[in-house]
Every structure is written in C-alpha cells, then in structure tokens.
Design a protein around this ligand. Sequence first.
Ligand SMILES: [Zn+2]
Length: 259
Amino acid sequence: MLSKDLAVNKLYIIPAGHGMLKAFFFNTDLGADNPQMLYSPLCVYLLDTTDGPILVDTGFAEVFLNNPDYYKGTPLDGLLYMHMKEEHRLPELLKRVGYRPEDIKLVIATHFHSDHSGGNPYFLETQTPVLVQKKELTVLDDDDYSPPACRIKDLNYQVIDGDYQLCDNIRLISTPGHSPGHQSILINTASSGYVLLCIDAALTEANFRNNAPYAAADPELAAASLKKIQTTAAEYDAFPIFGHDEKQAKAIKVYPEYY
Ligand SMILES: [Zn+2]
C-alpha cells in the first residue's frame, strides 16, 4: 500500500483545542478527590511523505463544538471539560496545511477516545484506510467509551495486532493500557531524525521521566507500555512527544514549523 522506503519529509504538529481535566487523570496517585484541574492541550499530527499525507488522529468529536458542558449530568460531570472551536474541526485543521480530508492517504487511529478520533466520520465516504489495533475495535459498541463519532463501524479499517513496521520510517508500537488497543508511533523524519509520538502512553513528561501513573483502563498494562516507550525512545535516540503536556506544548515546534 505504501512504499517501503517512503520519506517523511515533514512531521507537522497541529494544535486542535484543549481540555480542562482533573489532575488525577495525569497522575492517578493524586486520587480522584484532588480538586486541581489541569490544562490538557490536544494536537493532531500530519506526516508529509513522498507517498502523500498521512494523518495521525483526527481531534475532538464535534459534540464538543462550543459545548464544554457536554458531560453535564453524566458520570464525567465536573471531571473534564473539552474546549473545541470551529477552527478545531478536522477539515479546518487540514485546511491550514493545504489539505482536505479526501487528500489524506492513510489515517492512523491511536485509539477511539473523544479527543483522538472525533473527525473519523470524514473518512466514511472517502473510505480512506484507517490503521487501528485489533483490540481497539472491541470498544465500537461501548456507548460509555466515547461519543458515537469516534466509534464508526463502517470505516475502511486496516487492522493490525501488535507492533507493526508500516514502512522503513514509520513503526506502530502497541501500547495498550490507557485504552484496550492504544498505539504509539515511531517516525524517522527526514530533517529531525527519530520522533516518538507517545500519544496517551505518556500524557506528560512526568509520566515518561518519573513513571507517574496516568489514567488507564488497565493500569498494569499501561505501566508496561510506559516502559516499552521509554526503552524504544532510548534505543532510537528518539525525541518523545507527550500526549497532553502543557509545558511541552508551549515549547514544541507547531505548524508551520515541523520536525
Ligand atoms: Zn488523549
């Protein structure tokens, strides 16, 4: 499907809104009754490759559009607020880089949470391949898992099970725990060398450097996945990009800069 030797000429980080979340999501040792709310930046990642654009994740579900109180009256009431504006809808995010959804060659879905797969409906009509881990498909019928837009059944899923070398310069790394079929991505970029998109296998630098435990469906699996990405980053001397780290998000290169 993709050329084995495709080059990733540019890895763009595109800011896609933010959440305000209880601190325990980032460090479960704090306990659910810790009152602090933390700023949680959200990004999607666009790889400009010699085979065309590859998109990693699709941002917020549009149920959050100008509606941070979406979870009011639900078990998540008071625990998290998602802040999404018109400019964070997937077509608007892609337009910034000069693309439309139908231009995307491949979507890599890291997991089906509300802030990672919200733009997936844009790939229903196009039947763009969506690369996903087999175990993440187990949540498709779980209405408590995420808004329906994140759990579309009839996408053109390309299902993998475990680590997967997509091509010489892109490796999918199975990192379950945060969600059943979560995956991270190791990318060898043309100008910056190896970059590791931890996604939610390390929400913050404190998870990655200090092993602070993050919110996970399976904490034991999540701890093993954290070790796995630490080892991978060391092995490839890769620059780790964390899923939702406020401090790193301010320091990192975002579109129009690139890695
Ligand atoms: Zn996330």
